[in-house]
Design a protein around this ligand. Structure first.
Ligand SMILES: NC(=O)c1ccc[n+]([C@@H]2O[C@H](COP(=O)([O-])OP(=O)(O)OC[C@H]3O[C@@H](n4cnc5c(N)ncnc54)[C@H](O)[C@@H]3O)[C@@H](O)[C@H]2O)c1
Ligand SMILES: O=C(O)C[C@H](O)C(=O)O
Ligand SMILES: [Mg+2]
Length: 442
C-alpha cells in the first residue's frame, strides 16, 4: 500500500445470489484496494445493494477498482462513489447540547431567570462552588494556533478545526468531557499565554493541540506555571504516554530489555522530544535523535540525549526507531534493520507503512493511526478533573502509560481505541496518583 491514501465508499449492486460479494471483494483486492466496513443497504428479490468502504492509493487506483467491478459481469455495477469522510464533516462534528429539558414555565424559572440568580450569588460567596454548580470542572479548552496540524504543517487554525472537533468528539465519547475548540490567530508565546490566561476561568483544563515547536514548549511551560488548572500539550505528552506503552509491549514480545535498548527518534519537534524525555524518565539509558533544526538538537542534548547525523544513521544504529517528522515515506525499506521495532507515527501518513517495515525485516511496526494519543488524552484529563488537581505531573503520565500497557491484549502493541476499559483505566490510574500527590502536598 502506498503511504498516502484516500477513503471512498462504493455503492455496489449485485444479483441476490451467493458468491457475488466475493467476486467484488476479489476485484477490489486484486487492484490493491483495502476493504473496510461493508454495510448491506438493501436485499431485494433480484438485487442486493451494499456500501463498501475502500482505502485506495489515489484516484487513479479508485477508478481502476470501479472499472474492475463493473467488468465482472453485466449484472454487477458500482452505482455511485461517495466520500463519507467529507459527508461526516458537513455542518461540523460537534454541537453544544443542554442537559436539562425546558418544558414548563417553572422549568424556565428554575434553570434561568430568576432561579439562576441564587446560584450566581452562591458562587460569588464561595467561588470554589463553581466546580459543583457549573460545567466548568468538566470542560476542557482545546487550543490551537494551527501551526502543526497533524503533519500537514502550518495550515492555520481554521483549517485545523476538523482536528479540534475530532478531539472534542473523543473527549465526549471516551471520557464524558466537554471539549471546546478555541482557535487562536496568533503564535506569539506572549499573546497566546495572555489570551489563554484571560479565558481560562471557564475551563477545568487546557489541552494544547497541534501547536508547532519550538514555541509550543514555552507556551506550555508558562501556562503550566501560571494557571491553577491542568494544562497539557497533547502532541507532546499524550503522544509520549501512548508511545512509551507501545514500546514497552513491543519490547516484551521481542524479548528486548527496553532500558538497555538504543532508541532513536527521527524528528525532534513537539512529539519527538517529549517521547525522548518520557523514555529517559522511564529509565532508557541511550536515547538519540536526528532533526534538521539545530534548536531541536540543542534541546535533545539538554535533556541528556545524543545527536545522530541523519535518518540513515539512526536506522543503522538503533534497536527501536520512532519517527515523528510529518514527512510521509521518509524511511526507505532498505534502511530497516532485521528485528528492529519501528513506530512511524506521523499522521495522516507515516514515514513508512507497518506492512513495508515488517516486509523489510522489522519485528514490530506501527503507524500513527494505531499508536495514537487518543488512547491517552481523554483518560488523562478525566483522571485529572476527577481529582480536581492543579497540574498533570510526570508520575501521572507514567501511570497512564502503565495503565495502557495493562489494558493491552497479548500480542497487540496498544489497546483498541474503542475499548472503553482503556480510557477508564487511564483515568483511574491518573486520579490515583493525583490523589496521592495531593495528600503529600497537604
Ligand atoms: N500518533 C500520534 O498520536 C501523534 C501525536 C503527535 C504528533 N504526531 C505526528 O507527528 C508529526 C510531528 O508532529 P509534531 O507536533 O511533533 O510537529 P513539529 O512540527 O513540532 O515537529 C516535527 C519535527 O520534525 C522535524 N523534521 C522534519 N523533517 C525531518 C527529517 N527529514 N528528518 C528529521 N526530522 C525532520 C522538524 O524539523 C520538526 O522538528 C505529525 O505528522 C503529527 O501528525 C502523531
Ligand atoms: O490527531 C491525531 O491523530 C494525533 C495527533 O494529535 C497528531 O497531531 O497527529
Ligand atoms: Mg495533534
Amino acid at each position: 500500500m502506498n503511504v498516502q491514501s484516500i477513503i471512498r465508499n462504493l455503492i455496489v449492486e449485485t444479483p441476490s445470489i451467493p458468491g457475488n460479494l466475493a467476486k467484488v471483494a476479489t476485484a477490489i483486492g486484486t487492484i490493491g484496494g483495502d476493504i473496510g466496513d461493508i454495510k448491506t443497504m438493501k436485499i431485494g428479490t433480484l438485487s442486493t445493494v451494499r456500501d463498501i468502504s475502500c482505502t485506495c492509493a489515489d484516484i487513479a487506483q479508485l477508478n481502476q477498482i470501479v472499472d474492475a467491478i463493473n467488468n465482472i459481469d453485466d449484472n454487477i455495477h458500482v452505482r455511485s462513489v461517495s466520500d463519507d469522510v467529507m459527508k461526516a464533516h458537513e455542518g461540523g462534528k460537534i454541537h453544544m447540547t443542554s442537559r436539562i429539558d425546558v418544558r414548563s414555565l417553572s422549568d424556565l424559572r428554575r434553570i434561568y431567570t430568576p432561579g439562576v440568580a441564587n446560584v450566581c450569588q452562591e458562587i460569588q460567596r464561595a467561588p470554589e462552588k463553581a466546580h459543583y454548580y457549573t460545567s466548568i470542572g468538566n470542560t476542557v479548552a482545546i487550543i490551537t494556533d494551527g501551526t502543526a496540524i497533524l503533519g500537514l504543517g502550518n495550515i492555520g487554525p481554521v483549517a485545523g478545526m476538523p482536528v479540534m472537533e475530532g478531539k472534542a468528539v473523543l473527549f465526549d465519547q471516551f471520557a464524558g468531557i466537554s471539549g471546546i475548540p478555541i482557535l487562536l490567530d496568533t503564535s506569539n508565546p506572549d499573546e497566546v499565554v495572555e489570551t489563554v490566561k484571560h479565558i481560562a476561568k471557564g475551563f477545568g483544563g487546557i489541552l494544547l493541540e497541534d501547536i508547532g515547536s519550538p514555541h509550543c514548549f514555552e507556551i506550555e511551560e508558562r501556562l503550566k506555571a501560571e494557571l491553577p488548572i491542568p494544562v497539557m500539550h497533547d502532541d507532546q505528552h499524550g503522544t509520549a504516554v501512548v508511545t512509551l506503552a507501545a514500546v514497552i509491549s513491543a519490547c516484551r514480545y521481542a524479548g528486548v530489555e527496553l532500558k538497555d535498548a538504543v532508541v532513536g527518534q527521527i524528528g525532534l519537534g513537539a512529539a519527538g522530544l517529549a517521547i525522548c524525555r518520557m523514555l529517559m524518565a522511564y529509565g532508557v539509558k541511550e536515547v538519540c535523535g536526528t532533526d534538521p533544526q539545530e534548536s531541536a538538537l540543542v534541546r535533545l542534548r539538554s535533556f541528556g540525549g545524543t545527536v545522530v547525523g541523519s535518518v540513515e544513521e539512526t536506522m543503522a544504529k538503533c534497536d527501536i526507531v520512532i519517527a515523528t517528522t510529518g514527512v510521509s515515506g521518509l524511511i526507505q525499506p532498505s534502511m530497516v534493520r532485521e528485528g528492529q521495532i519501528i513506530l512511524a507515527l506521523s499522521n495522516p501518513y507515516p514515514e513508512i507503512t507497518p506492512e513495508d517495515a515488517i516486509a523489510a525485516g522489522a519485528s514490530y511496526a506501527a503507524d500513527g493511526r494505531l499508536v495514537n494519543n487518543v488512547l491517552g488524552f481523554p483518560g488523562i484529563f478525566r483522571g485529572a478533573l476527577n481529582a480536581n488537581v492543579k497540574s498533570i505531573t510526570y508520575s501521572m503520565l507514567l501511570a497512564a502509560a502503565n495503565a495502557i500497557v495493562d489494558a493491552t491484549r497479548n500480542g497487540d502493541l496498544v489497546p483498541h481505541p474503542l475499548d472503553p476499559n482503556v480510557h477508564k483505566s487511564v483515568a483511574e490510574a491518573v486520579e490515583r496518583v493525583a490523589l496521592i500527590e495531593m495528600a503529600h502536598i497537604d
